[in-house]
Design a protein around this ligand. Structure first.
Ligand code: SNW
Length: 288
């Protein structure tokens, strides 16, 4: 009796063990259902978003005195991540020229750095919907060039891989382009007279103007390439979630609050405001 029951127990244990093995097999090989449920955004580390950014594009994205990332893009992304259930977001600085490849290779989950959405870049990565549209600015020194017409024969700085670089190649063929890894290096070169002008994003130009007493020469509209969050191609789960989170952040006024905080005095673009505010500000102002 005792013996028989032990026998049954052994058989039961063996069956349980076999079932457990089967489950392990499922999870490791055909485990897409299990892992998709645990990691719906296909993140490198489930529950955490690893972001590649740039540390010297103030006020979009930059590192503060303690080395932490902050700025409009950083706070907006962190807010959107929270809305999709991710509280842990880690930002790492990269040269801009390396950023999209690093996202495409899945070294990072997302790229956040005022990255303009273009068809060319869409060959490498996917983008969320746009969240910011503005100008590209030519920056010079007091007493330096005063218009883009004076660029001929002058040394113009650009950060490698930016829209400014491709714009300059196309539109300023007579300028001699000097490519830099980042804005800080280019602005030092401008301050020491190694280059005659630097071409960068409007709000960063404004920040350097305030810091060094530099001068804005020209603002070139870049509304056809609004900034978006970059992510690896085909990660539709993450893209759809980010788009939904972004739309919510725009509709409840969070986007506007962050815009006013980081870009004070800049003209308020209408398309990212809550719908009710778009309608009212779209109403023509009576002339009188
Ligand atoms: O195209 C603009 C957009 O309209 C907005 O003003 C934010 O900046 C842009 O996305 C352009 N940004 C540059 C680019 O995408 C430089 C980004 C950078 O320096 N990290 O190449």
């Amino acid at each position: 009796m005792k013996k028989r029951s032990t026998g049954r127990l052994t058989a039961a244990l063996a069956a349980t063990a076999a079932a457990a093995l089967l489950l392990v097999g499922c999870a490791s090989s055909g485990g897409s259902t299990t892992s998709a449920a645990d990691n719906p955004y296909d993140l490198i580390t489930p529950g955490e978003i690893r972001v590649a950014s740039v540390g010297d594009i103030k006020p979009y994205s930059f590192t503060d005195a303690s080395g932490n990332f902050t700025g409009f893009d950083i706070e907006l992304f962190t807010d959107v991540a929270k809305r999709i259930g991710i509280d842990k977001v880690t930002f790492t600085g990269q040269d801009f020229s390396a950023l999209l490849a690093a996202v495409a290779n899945k070294q990072y989950d997302v790229g956040v750095a005022a990255i303009g959405i273009t068809d060319e870049r869409k060959q490498t990565v996917d983008f969320s919907s746009g969240y910011l549209a503005g100008y590209l600015t030519i920056l010079s020194t007091e007493g330096g060039i005063t218009s883009e017409d004076e660029l001929s024969g002058k040394r113009l700085g650009v950060v490698q891989g930016t829209l400014q670089e491709s714009y300059a190649v196309k539109n300023f063929p007579d300028a001699s382009l000097v490519r830099f890894p980042d804005n800080n290096a280019a602005v030092s070169a401008l301050n020491t007279g190694t280059i005659d002008a630097h071409f960068l994003d409007y709000e960063s130009a404004k920040a350097y103007i305030e810091q060094y007493g530099l001068v804005s020469v020209e603002d070139i509209p870049s509304f056809d390439a609004p900034a978006g969050f970059a992510l690896a191609k085909g990660n539709d789960g993450l893209k759809e979630a980010l788009d939904k989170g972004l739309a919510e952040a725009m509709e409840d006024g969070t986007w506007k609050t962050l815009y006013e905080k980081w870009f004070p005095g800049s003209p308020m673009p209408e398309q990212y405001l809550p719908k009710a505010e778009q309608t009212s500000s779209a109403t023509p102002t009576p002339a009188s």
